[in-house]
Design a protein around this ligand. Structure first.
Ligand SMILES: [Zn+2]
Ligand SMILES: [Zn+2]
Length: 260
């Protein structure tokens, strides 16, 4: 058994960590959704799920004579909130010859917007009266403007990176609304703070539109963290922004962000 074999096997395990991590965040968000379960320490829970997944994999290798010890050290929200960082340590050797071994500490950044492993946004479940229709939440609200409003079930990244282009045409605007895309947001919540039902998030966060059902001149701003915010200064109005039959309400700051 060669050192080369040890290196390639270690590489295989590291290569599968990305898939295992995507599967773990999908499973955690699905569990939270299915059970309307607020996850008390989401990064710690995710770390255990990834550790279990990697252990199942490394158990198979030990039957073939290669001992791989991969420890998931920690999970952190990434700078890009459409992903998270997995820090791990990997040690590998031969069951019968520990003189040859590999040890390293590494980090991978894992996407939460891979459509093969969709991640549920459970925040509306905790914050509002909602039901699920296909890939959307539909809201029950005493405010008629938002009764039967809609937002997305899964976190999806808005492809219009230049956010001001939302106001350029009905094509970009409608495409974003119809797909319930998410955007980078300083005041919005990251995936972990959503799973934990927090009111605020110290990390780089996300925001999406809650699409209202009734057209008026102004109403609560249709940004999810504004709509869900119960504090006096966090819940504010916006004015109508529309193309044909589609419309949302945006305050001046968010209006500017999206090009209106
Ligand atoms: Zn968008
Ligand atoms: Zn957060």
């Amino acid at each position: 058994m060669s050192a080369h074999m040890l290196k390639s096997t270690t590489g295989d395990v590291e290569g599968q960590l990305d898939r295992i991590s995507k599967q773990a965040i999908h499973n955690l968000s699905k569990y939270s959704y299915d059970n309307v379960y607020v996850v008390s320490n989401s990064t710690k829970t995710l770390r255990s799920l990834i550790q279990n997944g990697i252990n199942n994999l490394t158990d198979d290798y030990s039957k073939r004579g290669i001992l791989i010890n991969c420890t998931i050290i920690n999970i952190y929200p990434a700078d890009d909130p459409f992903s998270f960082d997995v820090y791990y340590r990997i040690y590998s050797t031969f069951v019968n010859d520990s003189s040859k071994h590999i040890q390293s500490n590494n980090m991978i950044t894992v996407s939460i917007v891979d459509s093969s492993y969709p991640v549920y946004d459970v925040y509306p479940l905790f914050r509002s009266q909602v039901r699920t229709v296909n890939d959307s939440y539909i809201y029950n609200d005493v405010d008629v403007v938002y009764d039967n409003a809609a937002s997305g079930l899964f976190i999806r990244r808005c492809p219009y990176d230049d956010y001001t282009s939302h106001a350029n045409s009905n094509i970009t605007f409608l495409d974003c609304l119809n797909n319930h895309y998410y955007h980078l947001s300083h005041d919005g919540l990251c995936i972990f703070c959503r799973l934990e039902n927090r009111s605020t998030c110290p990390h780089n966060g996300l925001e999406t539109f809650i699409i209202p059902s009734l057209r008026v001149n102004q109403s609560t701003s249709s940004i999810d963290h504004v709509y869900f915010n119960e504090s006096a200064d966090g819940h504010y109005n916006g004015s109508l922004r529309d193309f044909n039959d589609s419309f949302i309400y945006l305050d001046d700051a968010h209006g500017g962000k999206y090009g209106f």
